[in-house]
Design a protein around this ligand. Structure first.
Ligand code: TXA
Ligand code: MG
Length: 331
């Protein structure tokens, strides 16, 4: 399959180019597109055969559900039941934006999208290209991060093509994504609403809208395990390092044993010598989140064996960054 590379202006995409991609979606093909978090790859969410192509392109296990990407709350609410007033407060505040809501699905949603779960994840991306595409396609788009299963999410069309060239029908290329880290996934099926995956919208921001109604999943909870089923494993062994631990010394010791070592540190501090990759994050967790997947890809391409990563302060966006580092460290 030849993958069409369609360049568009992120702020003012050419409707003719959008229509090419939308027509592919209507024909049951797979298209990658930018969102405000990471690139997604999706297909007509109401057509089970089309949805199957998304799993095939990524090599994604069928037991791992996709998210329904929508262009309005109206479109989202046509797919679910039992929406409470609290949920509308969240929608008003955070949509479009990086908050995915897991709600009870109705029978319009093909079981393949939800992997047979009674619930479906609803996501309205805050990106003009994604919204225009979904609007022009005229259907909700069942999508997932645009990477090969087991690889980091893509924050540019270059990453998408590296993983999926020849496996998808097209990619809308609007440059780099904003957040660089995926959406927050919130289970709204019963109170308290539970964060299944920390992401670009922090728990603190959700609490502002619904004080006392937001909980984090317990490690090992069934929903959480499902999320962990197909997590990213880099080639390098990732070693999370808490602030205050001596990262330079730990890294130096591995380098002295002749290993290829990389380090990622937050802010000004002592740096190890003799290592093969040094990344310094000066812009806080926002910058860490934006660069995280690029750093993983860079470490892989430099054949790093041990990647020492400083854990940022675990508040706000730092919670999501720390979550992705701990996931990458899991073997
Ligand atoms: O920011 C994002 O959310 C990006 C962009 C492309 O929208 N999408 C994304 O999709 O990260 P994906 O498939 O890589 O991650 C979605 C996660 C998966 O781990 C999936 O298992 C989980 O959401 N998920 C989907 N439906 C679910 C459901 N009904 N209940 C619990 N978890 C669900
Ligand atoms: Mg993913």
């Amino acid at each position: 399959m030849q993958t069409l590379h369609l360049k568009v202006d992120p702020d003012n995409p050419n409707p003719k180019i959008i229509e090419i991609a939308a027509a592919l979606i209507r024909e049951g093909e797979t298209v990658a597109f930018p969102t405000e978090t990471v690139y997604g790859v999706g297909a007509n969410g109401l057509d089970e055969k089309a949805v199957r192509n998304v799993f095939k392109a990524k090599g994604r296990p069928l037991k791992n559900p996709l998210l329904m990407h929508v262009m309005s709350w109206e479109q989202a609410s046509s797919l679910v039941t039992d929406i409470s007033e609290e949920v509308l407060l969240l929608v008003n505040r955070f949509w479009p934006g990086p908050l995915t809501l897991v709600a009870r699905a109705n029978d319009k949603v093909p079981p393949l999208v939800t992997a047979g779960l009674p619930t479906v994840g609803l996501r309205m991306p805050d990106h003009r290209v994604a919204l225009d595409l979904i609007k022009a396609a005229g259907v909700p788009v069942a999508a997932t991060s645009a990477n090969l299963s087991g690889r980091p999410s893509s924050t540019s069309a270059r990453h998408v093509l590296k993983d999926l060239n020849g496996r998808i029908a097209g990619v809308l290329d609007a440059g780099s994504t904003g957040w660089g880290i995926e959406s927050t996934i919130l289970d709204i099926t019963r109170p308290p609403f539970t964060i299944l995956r920390p992401g670009a919208v922090s728990r603190e921001r959700l609490e502002e809208v619904l004080p006392g109604l937001i909980a984090a999943t317990k490690p090992g909870a069934e929903e959480r395990s499902r999320l962990r089923a197909a997590h990213y494993r880099p080639d390098a062994r990732v070693i999370p390092v808490k602030p205050g631990e001596n990262l330079a010394q730990l890294a130096q010791a591995e380098a002295a044993r002749g290993k290829r070592v990389g380090v990622v540190v937050v802010g000004d501090q002592e740096l190890p010598t003799l290592v093969d990759l040094v990344v310094v994050i000066n812009g806080g967790s926002a910058e860490y989140g934006r660069r995280l997947y690029e750093i993983f890809r860079l470490a892989d391409s430099r054949k790093i064996e041990y990647l020492f990563m400083e854990i940022p302060e675990e508040t706000g966006l730092g919670v999501a960054v720390a979550d992705r580092i701990y996931e990458a460290a899991r073997r």
